[in-house]
Design a protein around this ligand. Structure first.
Ligand SMILES: C[S@@+](CC[C@H](N)C(=O)[O-])C[C@H]1O[C@@H](n2cnc3c(N)ncnc32)[C@H](O)[C@@H]1O
Length: 231
């Protein structure tokens, strides 16, 4: 998986790139590289944005600036780039990120993520250079960087070998293994803390009963269990 993030703040990703599942994915051949729009702007003084036509507050990320950055990275017209790789703009109103979308993206060999800032993108960037728009929730962040990190985090941990334990990613919230339901509860030592006891079945050593109990709990959390009193 090769991920390119286009941003005005590449430094934001320095910390993210040191996280264990990210370094694991990198060690297994994936990459996460940032491209700074400002380094490729054809305008003077590092200009990347401009005032909106029609008036209004804020600044808009310019289409010529984003085109220059995409051309510099991929050596072709960005209209062609989106035909051969997913070029995804982070936008508050985009398709909502969920586990299904993450699975879909994790199956791609390459991803391009475009981070907006200020008032957002000139609409022609979205119309002509992007294959998708993704939102991480119906609220507005100051920029697309945190949203891009959320996407990278969720996608990279799906890759084989990124997590220490393969099982961790197989049976977790919203996975196919749990029928799309939230995960069941976990407990660890001590088995009794202030009288709050761990459910006895988990101490029984009976694997089949433990598995059944967990799946019941998961279904109950989704509101699809036969016995909702378990939740
Ligand atoms: C301040 S926001 C722009 C908001 C825009 N004026 C609007 O009302 O939709 C600046 C940038 O942050 C990113 N962003 C903000 N909230 C987001 C969200 N919930 N999901 C994905 N990206 C988001 C986008 O890249 C956006 O272009």
């Amino acid at each position: 998986m090769r991920i390119d993030v286009f941003t005005l703040f590449p430094d934001w990703f320095d910390w993210f790139k040191t996280q264990r599942h990210v370094t694991n994915a990198m060690a297994l051949g994936s990459s996460l590289e940032c491209v700074d729009y400002r380094e490729h702007t054809p305008l003077n003084w590092g200009q990347v944005d401009d005032t909106p036509f029609g008036g209004g507050a804020g600044m808009v990320l310019r289409v010529d600036v984003v085109e220059a950055a995409l051309r510099a990275r991929y050596g072709e017209d960005p209209v062609a780039t989106r035909e051969r790789r997913r070029v995804i703009a982070l936008t508050p109103g985009g398709r909502m990120l969920d586990d299904g979308v993450v699975e879909e993206l994790a199956a791609e060999p390459e991803l391009t993520l475009l981070c907006g800032r200020y008032e957002g993108f000139d609409e022609r960037i979205l119309d002509h250079f992007c294959s998708d728009q993704l939102s991480i929730g119906r609220y507005v962040l100051a920029g697309g960087e945190l949203a891009a990190m959320v996407v990278c985090d969720a996608v990279l941990r799906k890759l084989p070998g990124a997590l220490g334990h393969v099982e961790s990613a197989r049976e977790e919230s919203f996975s196919a293994a749990l029928g799309g339901a939230p995960e069941y509860p976990h407990y660890t030592r001590p088995a009794d803390w202030r009288g709050w006891e761990v459910p006895g079945v988990l101490l029984s050593g009976h694997h089949a009963r433990i598995r059944d109990w967990r799946h019941e709990q998961s279904r109950a959390r989704a509101g699809t269990g036969e016995d909702d009193s378990l939740s």
